[in-house]
Design a protein around this ligand. Sequence first.
Ligand code: FE2
Length: 318
Amino acid sequence: MRISALPDGLPTVIEYDGNGAILDTVRDNRAAIRSLITEQGAVLFRGFDVGGVEGLHRVVRALSGEPLDYTERSSPRSSLSGNVFTSTDYPENEEIFLHNECSYQQNWPMKVYFYCLTPAATQGATPFADVRRVLDHIDPAVVEEFTRRKWSYVRNFGAMGGTWQYFYDTDDRAEVERYCAAQNIQVEWIGADGLRTRAVRDAVRRHPVTGADVWFNHATFFHVDTLPAVYREEMLDMFGSENLPTNSYYGDGGEIPAEVTKHLQEAYRAASTRFDWQRDDLVVIDNMLTAHGREPYTGARKIAIAMAEASDAAVGTP
Ligand SMILES: [Fe+2]
């Protein structure tokens, strides 16, 4: 294994050194690679012949075990093969803001894999931000307020915001209620076929292996102010603020002031790094240490994603 760094820092690179297939490298150096991911937050395998989506599957199994299913869908995705998905089908001319995958859930994947099948023609990077550094960039008074009040997210399902049947993959209200109760999500049925859910979560969490405090939440990502300006106005006109498909608040339901959301956006951006994808690049992130986003792009960009290692099963060893 040859380890090097990109100009922007993240991710750390494991370069092909001319010996063996990626699967041999992963199997022979499994413990060292896992430690590297937990220290650095993101590792890029470059120059290997990964072998397409099936090859990605094999690497995930060798390094993490079986990939996880994608439960509470927050963005449109298509399945490529089993639990390997397209990164997202979100419009290509829009940025996707930095976030830690599924940090709004009660459980989340500890590892996320990104695999470049086709790079974009222009832009299309997956920026990364070390959320230990994001936390350092946030005013301590803001951190204190979120630690005390926590944060919450509200979802409204209906014809325009996507249906609850699609989201929860069932037509059965009782099943939705059972799932939500188990996930600490409050449920409110509205009108004939509407549903509003609300969940309160911690904003700062402790990494189970390193013990580091991390800014780990979707308070910025889900906030209406983080939507592109053109959508924000349209959505507010169409739904009104309390019926938005998603929005975030403090845990007690209080509004997060615009200047606080702006400050949080700036903290993420200050910690953000980027690199250009090359075909067959494979990145593994520690999802509690590293947030990811997506630049707008042109061209036929295709990134496969897999999630692994449920947080409730994390046992404190890398
Ligand atoms: Fe994501």
